[in-house]
Design a protein around this ligand. Structure first.
Ligand SMILES: *Cc1c(COP(=O)(O)O)cnc(C)c1O
Length: 331
């Protein structure tokens, strides 16, 4: 079977995870009566030092609910130019939430506080779009799984508070940032008003994300989720997969990071430039490189015409990574 390094969304639930799902206690979650969903929401809220959390089917919905808890229709959110909310959510924030975006550009997806300060627009009455929030992504997907230093997030938090705007953290892979740096989840939580997290990436759950924030923000998000058709019923079956992932699949992300370092080296990159589980390899011959890897039994994905993305995850063992490294170094 091919070694699949296209994405960490490709993980399949393990036997133990399927067993936990099969045994989950469930109820109607639209009635607020699914005990497993409630347990997951309370657990994740507590991890990030927040009051409440809401389970959503996808990270895109979690991001949409999170950002629209901070930004009203006709206001703007600032984010990095290759942020998932800007590039990979099909314009949902404009199409469905009626807000606009302006972006700063950083090749490593980092917080550029000087750019944010320069772009910030206060309420100018009936003249200019008002900046209501800043959104940051940690780790940053299209910047190759780059970690945002906690000191930068703290500085952003202080600035946002000083000008009275919100901070959203797209923490789809905050688990990887935590394992790579040792920074507690609560410290990340303290830097943002709302956090979105994904269980369906490296944590290996088949489905599921959460929005985490204040009691009021989550109550509002619950209404909007239902309005969007995201009110789910006996969804404790899926929440159980998330609880299992939090128990068993967080610390092991360190293995994915080590495997990513090995693959980076095989592609001629300095492994110290790879923060977590994503390797972006610049290749002028991206399509041919992908095809050559496929012939060797290794699946990787192009990101544009001049780069490929390699992602390690739960479904890739050390032996798989070594075998893939041998194929890629030959190319
Ligand atoms: C995957 C991802 C999401 C959510 O994606 P869904 O496919 O909608 O679950 C959000 N942000 C980032 C950075 C991601 O990588």
């Amino acid at each position: 079977m091919a070694i699949d390094l296209r994405s960490d969304t490709l993980t399949r639930p393990t036997d133990a995870m399927r067993k936990a799902m099969a045994e989950a206690e469930v109820g109607d979650d639209v009635y607020g009566e699914d005990p497993t969903v409630i347990e997951l929401q309370q657990r994740v809220a507590a991890m990030f030092g927040k009051e409440d959390a809401l389970f959503t089917p996808t990270g895109s919905m979690a991001n949409l609910l999170a950002v629209s808890s901070l930004v009203q229709p006709g206001q703007e959110v600032l984010c990095e130019a290759s942020a998932h909310i800007a590039r990979a959510e099909l314009g949902a924030h404009g199409a469905l939430a009626g807000l606009t975006m302006r972006t700063w550009r950083d090749p490593r997806g980092q917080v550029d506080l000087a750019a944010i300060e320069a772009m910030f627009a206060p309420d100018m009455g009936p003249f200019f779009v008002r900046t209501a929030a800043v959104s940051v992504e940690n780790t940053h997907n299209f910047a190759g799984g780059a970690v945002l230093p906690i000191s930068d997030l703290e500085a952003l938090r202080a600035y946002a508070t000083s000008v009275g705007i919100g901070v959203h953290l797209d923490g789809a892979r905050i688990w990887n940032a935590h394992v790579a740096t040792g920074v507690p989840f609560a410290s990340y939580g303290a830097c943002a008003d709302v956090v979105s997290v994904c269980l369906s990436k490296g944590l290996g759950a088949p489905v599921g994300s959460l929005v985490v924030g204040s009691t009021d923000a989550i109550a509002e998000a619950r209404v909007r989720r239902k309005r969007m058709g995201g009110g789910m019923r006996q969804v404790g079956i899926l929440a159980a997969a998330g609880l299992h992932a939090l128990d068993h699949h967080v610390e092991r992300l360190a293995d994915d990071h080590a495997n990513a370092g090995l693959l980076a080296e095989a592609c001629g990159l300095d492994p110290s430039t790879v923060d977590t589980n994503i390797v972006v390899v610049p290749r002028d011959d991206a399509a041919a490189f992908v095809a050559g890897a496929r012939d060797g039994g290794v699946l990787i994905a192009p990101v544009g015409p001049k780069a490929v993305r390699i992602v390690t995850h739960l479904g890739v063992s050390r032996e798989d990574a070594e075998a893939a490294a041998a194929v890629l170094s030959r190319l």
